[in-house]
Design a protein around this ligand. Sequence first.
Ligand SMILES: [Zn+2]
Length: 447
Amino acid sequence: MACYQLISPFAALGVTLEVGRIECEKSNARALVRAYTNLPGYEPWLMHDTGFNLTSTPARKSLAKYLGGRLNLFEIRGIDWESIIEKVCGISLGFMRDGPDVATLGTIPRGQRQRYLLNPLVLHADRTLIFGDSGTAKSTIALAVGMAYKTGLPLAGMTPTETGNVLVCDWETDGETAQARLDSLVRGAELTQVHLDGPDADCDDPNCSYPHIFFLRCYFPLVEMADAIARLVVERGIGLVIVDSLTFAAAGSAKDEDTVIPMFNAMRRWKCSVLIVDHVTVEKDGREQSKPYGSRFKRNAARLMWHVRAVPAESAHELSVGLFSEKGNFSGRMPDVGLRLSYYRCGLPTAPAEEADEIRIVEDDPRSAPEQRKNLSHSAQILLCLREARTSLTKDDIAGRTGIKPDIVKARLNELKKVKQVVALDAEGTQSARRWVLASHRDEDEA
Ligand SMILES: [Zn+2]
């Protein structure tokens, strides 16, 4: 059990001890310990990494003796290594024994919680999952969310509720590719084109409008990198971590809950907003299911989930993307979000998207394209059909307009009737002649 990382900087003494990956077995607690100093003349020469038994007195003595031989802290600061090691072991074991602080319900400050980072797409200080097939621009959309959070500028009409630093943890692509994608988004958003002409290692230009996003190319499973990422979150003041993609970040099969649950527990420890990009479940016949690839615990553990589906728009250089809410822990299903991505190269429309150096993203009606409609649930298609008709329809009318089989239309209408979304006008008539309207439309007529 790699449970947490404890960093104890003794600033006045100029030494730091880090304890990580604590594992308990029976009455032994083993951990990785790193000791280092920033004392002039010793830094960076004293840096010691070791596996350490936190519960062994001889181990403490021998580590103190070893470190004392390399840096005589008693001579410089009047304190011995043994005291420091005792303290760090005590804090570590205390944490293991007592656990973290317990909250008292009723005394937690109320009304302080920011629900969204980007309403309604991304939750604040929680885990949002977007999943879709390749070619749905889901990574580009995630990066655009990062850009909005970094700059405070709206993304397709959605304004971030705060700004902050962003870290992309990428298991699929490299920094060069991600930067090219971000460059394209910067051009598309018409941000002042600072840094687009050449590299700038450490930007401290106050007038810079480039959304400098941190990028971590990941080679090891998320659970193994979680401590390092937690450290970056604190050190770099990260408010949003983007994980791309969850399936590739798994330490085993993403179909296995023993793999998936520890990943979500690890992400919770980052204590910031996390936007997770993932792949979709595709059945043998090639049909997409409305769930991320693998274990159902992905669905259980994400607090908000979007299924990303894309269709080419009318023009070849455009992509119409619908994000369909599959789960919202706060308010049930959310309204669908539509985005239209347009791709340009040297200012001219271009297809395919890979060749673009400019990507513009605007708001779109997720239901405008006929192909997108097929992506809606049958109930949603029926409701949309009735809304547009603005008159009563029989089940056969609806079947004709939507292409859904009459039997299925009938079953869905009865379900929708139970939840008072639709009304049968002549409930006494025969099933096939029965005419249906939206409950809201009938109210309008009566008013
Ligand atoms: Zn800059």
